[in-house]
Structures are given as structure tokens and as C-alpha cells.
Design a protein around this ligand. Structure first.
Ligand code: B16
Ligand code: MG
Length: 222
């Protein structure tokens, strides 16, 4: 039986994934390291520092800079990113998300948020969405980023549901792995090749509906 739906933030609730990419692209260009949208898929859902290390892996390697230099680049990326999210407003919630959340509430389904971003609280405030979630797990409640399952497990514990009663919604390969490692079913939104391991793959958030989850996943859940 479905009792909870746990959402990723960046790239599912709002399109901040494109801002992460834009900010990292500036840093990669400065460093003279090749970086494109395809390589960016690896960065989705992983922590800020690990994102930088993945970019360095495509160039001189993650050990080519000192920790101090890496921290400085991470801070600079975050400054660029914060400028980009500064104009976020409620109309930037992706299509179909508000309707899907209302439908879940009508069906008494608990709603969680699983983001590893330190900027998650600010984004939720800007979107005026904080009160829509029964529980929010972010970088302040868990340390390890996706593909570790921690951010989803933290939700399960605080929402009081079993993994077999919850569904995770993600746009990142690392996020689908994290959902499965938490023992939950996964809905992927976006690139079918990248999200191939998800239990259901949708092209856009507009396609999300409770009846779709119910008919496609309920029978397979404990
Ligand atoms: P920050 P999510 C993740 O958020 C992003 O997908 C990932 O690109 C980013 O590096 C990570 O948060 C850390 O974000 O630099 O803002 O702390 O997808 O888990 O909502
Ligand atoms: Mg995401």
C-alpha cells in the first residue's frame, strides 16, 4: 500500500538542475576542463565537493588541487548558483507538481522531500512550498549524498513508513540508486537512458498522477 511519496528537489520540484550546470560550467571553463550537459548527468544528486571532483576527473584529476583550492572553487560555484536562484518564485515550480501534491494530500499520502542541497531551505522558501511537505531531509539532516540512501531513509524514519510503502521521485541516476538502496520503488523523470533503472520513467513532471502510481506500482508493493 502506498503511504508516502518522497520527492527530490533539484530537477523534480523546480528546474534548479540547470542552474547547478550553469554555475559548474563557468568553473570548468575557467579551469579549461571539458564539461557538457551529458557529463553533467553524473553530478546530479551528488554533493558540491564530489561534483567538483567529478569535473576534475575529466581533466587533471581530483588530486591535482589542494583541499583549500577545492573549497575555494566550491564556494565560488555556490556564489554563482545563489545569484541564479535569487530570482526563483512560486511560478517556477515545475508543471504538474502542485496538482500532484494536492492529489496526494486528498488521498492522505504523506509527502517528503529528499535533497542533499545546502540551499534546499532557501529554495523551498522562495517557491513558498515548505508547508506542503510533512518532512524535509536536506544537507542539514544527513551527511552522505546520493547514491547513498541516507536522505531517503531519514524521510522513511521521520514519516514513520516502511520502505515498501513509499515511492521516491528523482531526475538523477544517483537518486534512483539511492531510492532503490533505501528499499523503495522509484519514479524517474527525464532522460530514459540515464534513468533506465527506475520502476517507472516519465518524460516530464506533468505526467505524474496518483492513479498512475497506484496502477503501476501498488500491486508490486508490500
Ligand atoms: P548544494 P538534490 C543536489 O540536490 C543536486 O542535484 C546536486 O547537483 C548538488 O551538487 C547537490 O544537491 C548539492 O547542492 O551545492 O546546493 O549544497 O538533487 O538532492 O535536490
Ligand atoms: Mg535532482
Amino acid at each position: 500500500m502506498i503511504k508516502a511519496v518522497i520527492f527530490d528537489l533539484d530537477g523534480v520540484i523546480t528546474d534548479t538542475a540547470k542552474y547547478h550546470y550553469e554555475a559548474w560550467k563557468k568553473i570548468a571553463d575557467e579551469l579549461g576542463i571539458p564539461f557538457d550537459i551529458e557529463y553533467n548527468e553524473k553530478l546530479k544528486g551528488v554533493s558540491r565537493m564530489e561534483s567538483l571532483c567529478l569535473i576534475l576527473d575529466n581533466g587533471p584529476g581530483r588530486d591535482s588541487l589542494t583541499l583549500e583550492e577545492k573549497n575555494e572553487l566550491c564556494e565560488r560555484k555556490n556564489k554563482i548558483y545563489k545569484e541564479l536562484i535569487g530570482s526563483l518564485r512560486p511560478s517556477d515550480v515545475l508543471p504538474g507538481i502542485n496538482e500532484f501534491i494536492s492529489e496526494l494530500k486528498k488521498n492522505h499520502i504523506l509527502i517528503g522531500l529528499a535533497s542533499v542541497s545546502k540551499n534546499a531551505p532557501e529554495i523551498l522558501n522562495r517557491l513558498e512550498l515548505r508547508d506542503s511537505f510533512d518532512y524535509v531531509a536536506d544537507a542539514s539532516t544527513v551527511e552522505r549524498s546520493k547514491p547513498y540512501p541516507d536522505v531517503f531513509i531519514d524521510n522513511l524514519i521521520n514519516l514513520g513508513v516502511n520502505p515498501g510503502e513509499a515511492i521516491g521521485v528523482e531526475d538523477a541516476e544517483s537518486g534512483i540508486e539511492a531510492i532503490h538502496r533505501a528499499g523503495m520503488k522509484a519514479v524517474g523523470i527525464g532522460n530514459k537512458k540515464v534513468l533506465k533503472d527506475a520502476d517507472i520513467i516519465l518524460s516530464t513532471s506533468k505526467e505524474l498522477s496518483f492513479s498512475l502510481l497506484y496502477t503501476s506500482l501498488e500491486m508490486t508493493m508490500r
